[in-house]
Design a protein around this ligand. Structure first.
Ligand code: FES
Ligand SMILES: [Fe+2]
Length: 345
């Protein structure tokens, strides 16, 4: 079942927003219970290494960044971004430290996020990351990023962002209304769906969206394993990335980007110079409150799941089991050795 599945490690996963990890800082995170220390050295480069000192297994995130190394708090063993112990702060009794190391993860920074590859490192360079050309164009679209750590299985979040039957929850903001699922198909590891829906019709949201230039009655969405995205009229888009920290904790990252923002009340296209201010306003007035509602629900859903683990709910939206099937299939692909064939359950 989907709630018992993890995510396949052979993908790129965000672990932090770039602006939350300044030079000299370290943070701790996890991928499916594997502890990871992420740090930024004096050269600005980010390292992601196993969060465990090779000496006494203390968390390296208890230590501090010195130069381009992460130094354990206890005896001062220093690790570089490849996980190699490069110096110790005491006498080595004539012993070599050359072979002392901890695991490390390939790292990239893109779209304002720090990404790691928790799978087989040799596969990292051939594994594509999500492509968001709109954010890398010479005149990038206006964008808002938000991230949350929720006590919830990642699959509940994937379902939440693509299943518009929960418009009731957002009735105050009305980001999507009267949704009708008009297409749903699974192609490989993608679940593609389209809703006829009224987008951004709420008391607050209607001020931000330029409805004269944007087709706001249809939305395409995709669960592009392990990521999720939406597209409204090629002018309003978003990605949702989930980092499965453990079976009941997920770090969710959202990037919303717009080619149809307007000045609220004046109904005029927004000059680029003012987009930053508008995006901060939209984040505070609309995006954070909306996603916080979702966060409350997926955390309540996790508690309910733990209270009634064997009680299957009645699911009405066919998109939900479609997501779950892809999640289960990919997790089996990871869990089963490649040369073993097995019967479907
Ligand atoms: S426990 Fe880390 S240096 Fe000793
Ligand atoms: Fe929602």
């Amino acid at each position: 079942m989907a709630r018992a599945a993890g995510l396949h490690p052979d993908h790129w996963y965000p672990v932090a927003c770039s602006n939350r990890l300044r030079q000299g800082q370290v943070i701790e995170t996890k991928f499916l219970d594997r502890p990871i220390a992420v740090f930024r050295g004096a050269d600005g480069k980010v390292g992601a290494i196993e969060n465990r000192c090779a000496h006494r297994q203390l968390k390296l995130s208890l230590g501090a960044v010195q130069g381009c190394t992460l130094v354990c708090a206890y005896h001062g063993w220093a690790y570089d971004t490849s996980g190699r112990c490069v110096s110790v702060a005491h006498d080595t009794f004539g012993k070599s430290i050359d072979r002392i190391r901890v695991g490390s993860f390939p790292v990239r920074e893109r779209y304002g996020l720090i990404w790691i590859f928790p799978g087989a490192p040799a596969r990292a360079s051939q594994t594509p990351m999500p492509e968001i050309p709109e954010l890398e164009a010479p005149a990038p679209w206006a964008s808002v990023a938000a991230d949350f750590v929720w006590s919830s299985h990642f699959s509940m979040i994937i379902e939440n962002v693509s299943d518009f039957t929960h418009a009731h929850l957002h009735r105050k903001y009305r980001p999507f209304n009267d949704a009708k699922l008009i297409s749903l198909e699974t192609v490989g590891t993608q679940v593609r769906l389209t809703y006829d829906v009224l987008v951004g019709d709420g008391r607050i949201s209607k001020h931000f969206v330029d409805r004269t230039r944007t087709r706001v009655d249809r939305m395409d969405l995709c669960f592009e394993y392990p990521y999720q995205w939406s597209n409204t009229g090629d002018r309003i888009k978003h990605w949702c990335f989930v980092l499965p920290m453990d079976a009941r904790t997920t770090h969710a990252f959202f990037i919303f980007y717009f080619d149809a923002v307007q000045i609220p009340l004046l109904r005029r296209p927004m000059p680029r110079a003012l987009q930053g201010i508008l995006m901060r306003l939209a984040k505070r007035l609309l995006i954070t409150p909306l996603l916080s509602q979702d966060g409350q629900m997926v955390q309540a859903e996790q508690q309910a799941f733990e209270r009634y683990p064997d009680t299957a709910g009645h699911e009405l939206n066919p998109a939900v089991p479609a997501f779950q099937q892809v999640i289960i299939d990919q997790w089996r692909r990871h869990a089963m050795p490649a040369n073993v064939t097995h019967e479907p359950a």
